[in-house]
Design a protein. Sequence first.
Length: 265
Amino acid sequence: MISQAIADARKIVIKIGSNTLAKADGTINPEFMADFASQCAELMKQGKQIVLVSSGAQVAGVSTLDRWARKKDIHYRQALCAIGQVELMDHWRNAFASRNIHIGQLLLTKEDFQDDHRTLNMRNTIFTLVDEGVVPIINENDSVSYEEIKIGDNDNLSALTAILWSADLLILFSDIDGVFEKNPKEFPDARLIERVPDITTLRNTITIGSTNGFGTGGIQTKLEAAEKVTAYGIPMLLANGGREQCLLSLADGKRAGTLFLAREA
Ligand code: GLU
């Protein structure tokens, strides 16, 4: 079913979480990025169009500076993102350059999605980049956004992006295989839920834990993202970015995940 969802989709938004981009020691993982870019290139050769939403500005900032990791002060966090965003994109540029693919950067905030002129311009930019074979890479503009105006997590940002671009599929890569009935880190026998026709029913059947690791989201923000896109007829796939050939193995039907089915229009 997952491989069919990917086969049926031409326009795919893929979100990569900070935990997927970071090694166990919290530094950025360029090998993963190179490998992931190659997988995207393979899908693009098959005629797919890809927009990436990449977290990891903070992780890259900490990797570069090797300090401020524990500072909670908003200005330090924003400064860290300003430093890390450049590094992050440098890694992505190198990763895609080895497959002769250009990338373009869009840094967005919640307010951008609330303004008609801005959304039109963002949409036009994304369409133009993709039409020209360039991979847009999106992140929140962390250094200008603060608590009241920020989206806050890239799960919701990627959902807004998928709706803006009228994507056929949203894939969220995280450090979990999908949604489980109970926390798989506590209960090894927890069952993976592979198909979600109704998110409200799902909410009543699972226990939602808190965020862990370096990411901002958690299962809560993933469900919010799923609610957003499925209401627009876009299915969402949640899968583990830490698995080998994470993208292609899903496309080949060799890997499981959780597929949230699009709601009928
Ligand atoms: N925008 C943040 C960053 O790049 C990540 C937000 C998230 O992890 O959802 O560091």
